[in-house]
Design a protein around this ligand. Structure first.
Ligand SMILES: NC(=O)c1ccc[n+]([C@@H]2O[C@H](COP(=O)([O-])OP(=O)(O)OC[C@H]3O[C@@H](n4cnc5c(N)ncnc54)[C@H](OP(=O)(O)O)[C@@H]3O)[C@@H](O)[C@H]2O)c1
Length: 339
């Protein structure tokens, strides 16, 4: 591990762990996350750092990378945050190689960063150019990362976790959408995006069948609708139909909190187990190649765990920076709970 490059930070106050220690690399996991300054990727990074793993993230916006680094105040956490566009093949290759070197190996990679059709609404690009741009980020980017991590993950019997969508695979049940993915409005807002996700899904299916990849554990996650900057942008700029259906999900309480979703994904990555609603534990083995849909039961479970932490007076973060994202997040939760 290259200590020089890590964002070594002042010790913060860590929450007591009330939950079973389910991570198999607790305190020493080495995690690479594409896109980690906002939304789901950020929440996954947050959870891994809270559990003392070393994490490398990337994103394109330097200011958000800097503020992410400033927000990590947990004692002994280790974070590297680099400016990388995963749509740039060479930059991505160099980034992944550097990350493995800095981490001194790799235990898991989270394929999280993605772009969406609705992001190009005000661009001058032609439909074909947009399709190519999205292909570069959502497909080539992921494949470049996978190729670069493969040797290392074989060494460590590590994991590849792909964050996908309920539209990318047919079996979604609890996160099933009111949106018809074949409709003109869905095609306009997320048509290429769905195709990109489906193709990576197929790529990963082939990947696990290849004997050369034996030892690498792969699974995908359907997070459902999550309150993230991307989801908010979709509501703002999406077609009236898509925007209305997203707002309806929000009204019905079906929009999930990104911190909870990130926590669930981090736990599943570390333990390779998913939540068992019967016993209220993460004790069901995830199969290699499985697509795991985040259920309402596990979201409820994590929500209750969070409440429990607060109710026992167990404040997860108290630090000098009142304006930090983590402090804001918790004051928001407290406010919502009227505490
Ligand atoms: N939110 C949902 O409801 C939902 C539902 C199903 C699946 N998902 C999946 O969850 C994943 C994360 O979605 P999200 O909603 O959290 O997205 P988000 O709010 O847009 O956050 C995306 C993160 O990735 C980074 N990123 C985007 N493009 C990048 C690029 N080309 N290179 C490097 N980093 C890049 C962003 O930073 P920069 O912009 O600074 O680069 C940001 O940190 C995606 O794979 C998405 O398909 C989300």
């Amino acid at each position: 591990m290259n200590p020089e490059k890590f964002n070594m930070i002042a010790p913060g106050i860590l929450p007591e762990e009330h939950e079973v220690p389910i991570t198999n690399f607790e305190r020493e996991g080495r995690i690479l996350i594409t896109g980690g300054t906002e939304g789901i990727g950020r929440a996954i990074a947050d959870e891994f750092l809270r559990r003392h793993n070393a994490v490398v993230i990337c994103a394109r916006n330097q200011e958000k990378l800097d503020s992410t680094k400033r927000d990590y105040v947990y004692g002994n956490s280790r974070l590297i945050a680099e400016k990388v566009d995963i749509g740039d093949r060479n930059m991505t290759k160099t980034f992944v190689q550097g990350a493995i070197e800095d981490l001194g190996g790799l235990d898991a990679v989270i394929l999280n960063a993605a772009t969406f059709d609705f992001k190009y609404k005000s661009s001058d690009l032609s439909e074909d150019e947009i399709r190519k741009e999205m292909f570069k980020v959502n497909e080539v980017g992921n494949v470049v990362v996978i190729r670069e991590v493969r040797r290392e993950l074989k060494e460590t019997n590590g994991a590849i976790v792909f964050i996908t969508t309920r539209f990318g695979v047919p079996q979604a049940k609890e996160t099933v959408s009111v949106i018809d993915s074949e409709s003109a409005s869905a095609q306009e807002d997320i048509g290429n995006y769905i195709k990109n996700k489906k193709r990576i899904h197929e790529y990963l299916k082939d990947f696990i069948m290849d004997i050369k990849n034996e030892g690498i554990f792969v699974f995908s996650v359907i997070p459902g609708t999550v309150d993230t900057p991307a989801n908010r942008e979709m509501i703002a700029v999406g077609t009236p139909e898509i925007s209305a259906s997203k707002l309806k999900e929000r009204e019905e309480g079906r929009e999930r909190d990104s911190a909870l979703v990130g926590r669930i994904i981090a736990k599943m990555t570390a333990s390779r187990k998913k939540f068992n609603p019967e016993g209220q534990h993460y004790n069901l083995d995830i199969e290699n190649g499985e697509v795991v849909e985040i259920s309402n039961a596990v979201v409820e479970f994590e929500k209750n765990q969070t409440k429990r932490h607060i109710l026992v007076g167990d404040v997860p973060y108290v630090g000098p920076d009142e304006g930090s994202l983590i402090a804001r997040k918790w004051s928001h939760i407290l406010e919502q709970m009227k505490l």
